[in-house]
Write a protein that binds this ligand. Structure first.
Ligand SMILES: Nc1ncnc2c1ncn2[C@@H]1O[C@H](COP(=O)(O)OP(=O)(O)OP(=O)(O)O)[C@@H](O)[C@H]1O
Length: 306
């Protein structure tokens, strides 16, 4: 794999002030790198801070503290208008609910062209039409769809429109925030396969956010597991599945439904109990090359021999 870093997240925090004295530490000091061309999965249960992480990286929120370096530029630091404009084009987002994220009053053509207009990428009308048709074809829709409105489409088709909109500005990096969670299981694989094809063709890098590990394994090169605002484990996908170390990762893995009824009947579900875990003294440590776990010194020693 190409080891050129496209994104570096360093000790990123996103704390929301929810009352005069109450603060939600949605993201509480996370660090990871993403390499150009890879798919980096970010997994954890609802409320663990995955969406907030994605939204902070793309600057929908200002970070409370920490750094997000994209192509070597700190996107939350001081930067020129030109750098910001470039960043806004190079990083795009696909959302969980494609219906809520598509303006119901705009045609598909208008939706896809929005970014192209903002960035002044194409000025000629017939070129614009041609580009929209090309994008619709790329995502498996057809040119007759251009004049229709979002409500005329199925969930899977809407997600394809969302993907076409993201691709329109020729990005390098796409944050996909649970892009398939709202879709029927039969449609999920189609959208994931489309994303994989597009990645190959366009050399895209993905941050793929999901709440369970089943589909993420299939698409991700590496996976980070998040729990209560922190990353508890990070490793290559295969390594994470074959050799999970953190008890929370184990509990997530034990919750993946499998199509084998015998296995289902006999398998043990493990439930993570943070009370039995010394999170206070835990640090993010590299147990073996590329495999990181949030653990204490003692746990680190036992993990190393596994
Ligand atoms: N704008 C906000 N203001 C206050 N609290 C917020 C805000 N956004 C998120 N939170 C809180 O931060 C925590 C993390 O939320 P976040 O949506 O990032 O989690 P998530 O893992 O993506 O969950 P889900 O899969 O349900 O979206 C939650 O406790 C949530 O209530």
């Amino acid at each position: 794999m190409n080891k050129e870093k496209i994104l570096e997240v360093k000790n990123l925090k996103q704390h929301f002030q929810t009352g005069r004295k109450s603060v939600v530490k949605a993201v509480d000091g996370i660090s990871f790198d993403i390499y150009r061309g890879e798919t980096f999965g970010l997994v954890g249960e609802s409320g663990c801070g995955k969406s907030t992480t994605g939204r902070t990286i793309i600057r929908l929120y200002d970070a409370t503290s920490g750094e997000v370096n994209f192509n070597g530029i700190d996107v939350h630091g001081r930067k020129s208008k030109k750098d910001l404009k470039q960043f806004n084009r190079q990083m795009q987002m696909i959302f969980q609910d494609p219906y809520a994220s598509l303006n119901p009053r705009m045609t598909v053509k208008e939706i896809i062209l929005e970014g192209i207009q903002i960035h002044g990428l194409i000025n000629n009308e017939s070129e614009k039409t041609k580009r929209v048709e090309e994008l619709l074809d790329t995502v498996g829709l057809n040119k007759e769809h251009a004049t229709r409105y979002p409500h005329e489409f199925s969930g899977g088709q809407r997600q394809r429109i969302g993907i076409a909109r993201a691709l329109a500005v020729d990005p390098e990096f796409i944050i996909a925030d649970e892009p398939i969670s709202a879709l029927d299981v039969s449609i999920q694989a189609q959208v994931v396969n489309l994303m994989k094809e597009l990645q190959k063709e366009h050399g895209l890098t993905y941050l793929f956010i999901a709440h369970d590990l089943s589909m993420v394994k299939y698409i991700s090169d590496r996976i980070a597991v998040m729990y209560f605002g922190r990353i508890v484990e990070l490793a290559d996908s295969d390594e994470l599945y074959e050799n999970p170390l953190h008890p929370y990762t184990k509990s997530l893995l034990s919750a993946i439904p499998l199509p084998d009824p015998d296995f289902e009947r006999n398998r043990k579900r493990t439930v993570y109990d943070p009370a039995q875990h010394d999170t206070e003294n835990a640090e993010f440590r590299e147990v073996k090359p590329g495999h990181w776990v949030l653990c204490t010194e003692e746990e680190y020693k036992t993990y190393q021999v596994k």
